[in-house]
Design a protein around this ligand. Structure first.
Ligand SMILES: C[S@@+](CC[C@H](N)C(=O)[O-])C[C@H]1O[C@@H](n2cnc3c(N)ncnc32)[C@H](O)[C@@H]1O
Length: 206
């Protein structure tokens, strides 16, 4: 991946973040500590991985680095420009960019993926979404997973105490923990303080 492509996708993400923060949920990419924790549950022999919200491709590149030559990574992104920039910049035949919402994952992806994903990795900004949308994203993730496979999602800690929605022009609070625990029978949590902002990583199994 060329440095110019990398810079271009980073700039696009930053600008999109300023324009529509409720969708991107950040203006900078995840730190390496958060990325490491997010990818810890991908099995070494994974053949099919699905990513929700690749954005600049920070996690995407590292997921690909963990996968074998015949594996596939399906990356579902709502923002077409970001997706195209990310796929072009990474330029890896194992990466399949899918334009659309993660809530529609089961219909966007090939039937051979549904129920067969060895991991689903999500960096979507759930706190800024309406409740029915974030619930349908959890339902979609569960439908993709192979038996025993994990869904991994992070949430910024500060949203428990205060967060701001640009669209609603209002401060709000949202605690990811009860939401995730209501929708997933088995949940593990890990704190990542060395991220800006600090985040908690949820590993969920059906
Ligand atoms: C917080 S950013 C994560 C970017 C990158 N993966 C990272 O961790 O640095 C969230 C990304 O999810 C995308 N997104 C938001 N809602 C989405 C949805 N419903 N389906 C798919 N992607 C979505 C945004 O456009 C943005 O690129």
């Amino acid at each position: 991946m060329g440095i110019l492509d990398r810079v271009a996708v980073g700039v696009r993400f930053f600008r999109k973040g300023l324009e529509d923060f409720d969708t991107t949920a950040n203006v900078v990419s995840s730190s390496r500590w958060l990325v490491e924790e997010m990818l810890a549950k991908i099995p070494p022999d994974a053949k099919v991985v699905v990513e929700f919200g690749p954005g600049t491709g920070t996690l995407t590149r590292q997921i690909l680095a963990k996968l074998g030559p015949d594996a596939k990574l399906y990356a579902i992104e709502l923002e077409k420009g970001l997706l195209e920039g990310c796929v072009r910049a990474i330029d890896d035949r194992r990466l399949v960019g899918v334009h659309g919402s993660a809530a529609d994952a089961a219909t966007l992806l090939d039937a051979s993926v549904v129920g067969h994903a060895d991991a689903v990795i999500s960096s979507l900004g759930l706190s800024l979404m309406d409740e029915p949308i974030r619930e349908s994203i959890m339902v979609a993730a569960r439908a993709l997973l192979a038996p025993g496979a994990a869904f991994t999602q992070y949430a910024y800690v500060h949203a428990r105490y205060v967060a701001y929605s640009q669209q609603r022009r209002a401060f709000f609070t949202w605690d990811a923990r009860p939401f995730v625990r209501r929708l997933w029978p088995r949940v593990d949590e890990t704190m990542v303080w060395k991220n800006v902002p600090p985040a908690v990583v949820f590993t969920c199994r059906g």
